[in-house]
Design a binder for this molecule. Structure first.
Ligand SMILES: *Cc1c(COP(=O)(O)O)cnc(C)c1O
Length: 433
């Protein structure tokens, strides 16, 4: 399948080029040039299929032309070795729990899938070792590092700002060893990102080693996120329900919701979407006014959604031919302050005995406020509440249980390489490898 650039100035790319490059040469985002509809029988029998079987069908529609069937099945099965349960919270609101993977957040799905797909292309091309550089403010680093852990032919360098990520987050990418190296930068997240950008632009460095990025705009990271929307529907059908779902996605860079929009285009019966924002409500404002005005992000307690210029907005526009009325018909918005998020977490914990994380809380609240009485809603619970331990315990006034997976990270030994924010130092380090 061909992938075109949302900026329209680059020539079409193959899947391999799109995955290896990440971004098109005109700085646009890659989009598949066709979105295949899945047949009626698939949806009729979906409740009899496992998560892996469903994902294989969806993956085949995207990647089947470019990857041998056996390899693709293997990649899907290796990626999805954990469950994504649909849990009722109230009579008409369900939580799709995306936090049962290795780092307890939904980015595990895309991170693991991309690692395996890139590993396949590298092996096929007989390339020498490829080096993935990723700058993180916390969550992306852990999902990418754990996704790539042990994948042959790839070494990952995670750059993170010293003292600016939580201990739990830090442990998730500094304790792994093997092909993962953590680089602790004496600076901010922006400094980390600047180091990565400079590295990609430095000719001498690129002659010395093969560099690539594992940014969330990569098609191999965002497209596989469509799998769990289908699985939500399968579980819902198993309950004997037939009504179309209203799906609410706590959104930051809009990769997750875009994967859901793809699922709907493939025939999944989703009635409409709600994009839930925190105070970084650029998309919400767009829905109100028709104007897209990016602005610097502000810090909130749902910090994985602190994005001031959502990169996947370009994909949302491309999906609907840039039509504001169509986008407004498909997606409505919501925006919440930290106080509202905290209030929702407290209330749902008390009244329904369900513990939300700050991101999922935005999703829950948007459904609670917007569902019609006859509608059924599903929100994506994007991370385990224990990932935000201090915030969550402070809000609910109770101790919470830390899952064994998280505990295991906490017990690992931190290993990192200290680095200044000076590109010359980072370059010298990479040149010495
Ligand atoms: C990344 C992330 C989000 C936002 O997802 P996008 O695809 O960027 O919209 C929401 N919640 C959590 C916990 C995340 O890690």
């Amino acid at each position: 399948m061909n992938y075109y650039s949302t900026n329209g100035q680059a020539t079409n790319a193959s899947l391999e080029e799109a995955v290896v490059k990440g971004l098109a040469s005109d700085k646009g985002l890659f989009m598949p040039d066709t979105i295949k509809s899945l047949p009626y029988e698939f949806f009729e029998n979906i409740d009899k299929l496992t998560f892996q079987e469903i994902a294989c069908k969806v993956a085949d529609a995207f990647f089947g032309e470019d990857i041998p069937a056996e390899t693709l099945t293997q990649i899907v099965n290796d990626t999805l070795n954990f469950d994504v349960p649909l849990v009722p919270v109230t009579g008409n609101i369900f939580s799709l729990e995306l936090f049962h993977g290795p780092t307890l957040a939904f980015k595990d799905v895309g991170g693991r899938f991309m690692a395996r797909l890139l590993g396949y292309f590298i092996q096929k091309a007989g390339k020498k070792e490829v080096n993935v550089l990723v700058a993180t403010s916390g969550d992306t680093g852990s999902a990418v590092a754990n996704g790539f852990l042990g994948v042959e032919g790839i070494h990952v360098y995670v750059l993170y700002p010293k003292g600016k990520v939580s201990e739990i987050q830090e442990k998730q990418f500094t304790t792994l060893g093997q092909n993962i190296t953590a680089i602790e930068v004496d600076g901010t997240f922006d400094d980390c990102q600047a180091l990565v950008k400079s590295a990609f632009m430095d000719q001498e460095l690129n002659d010395h080693m093969v560099l690539t990025s594992a940014n969330s705009i990569n098609v191999a990271r965002f497209l596989p996120q469509s799998f769990y929307y289908f699985y939500a529907w399968a579980q819902y059908r198993k309950l004997g329900r037939m009504e179309e779902m209203v799906v609410c996605v706590p959104s930051g860079n809009f990769g997750n919701i875009t994967a859901g929009l793809f699922a709907k285009k493939m025939g999944l019966p989703i009635k409409r979407f709600i994009a839930a924002n925190n105070k970084n409500d650029i998309f919400y404002q767009y829905l109100q006014t028709g104007e897209y005005n990016p602005r610097p992000s502000v810090t909130t307690i749902a910090n994985a959604m602190d994005v001031g210029d959502p990169s996947n907005f370009a994909r949302v526009l491309a999906l609907y031919g840039g039509s504001y009325p169509t986008i407004k018909k498909e997606i409505t918005g919501a925006t919440y302050t930290d106080e509202q998020i905290a209030e929702t977490m407290k209330q749902v914990y008390k009244e329904h005995n369900y513990l939300l994380d700050p991101h999922g809380a935005c999703g829950y609240r948007a459904l609670e406020e917007n569902l019609m009485p006859e509608e059924i809603g599903v929100f994506l619970e994007t991370a385990h509440p224990a990932k935000f331990l201090d915030t969550v315990e402070g809000i609910i006034g109770d101790k919470i249980e830390i899952p064994a997976k998280l505990q295991a990270f906490m017990e690992g030994e931190k290993q990192s390489i200290e680095m200044s924010k000076d590109f010359a130092d980072f370059k010298q380090y990479l040149m010495s490898i």
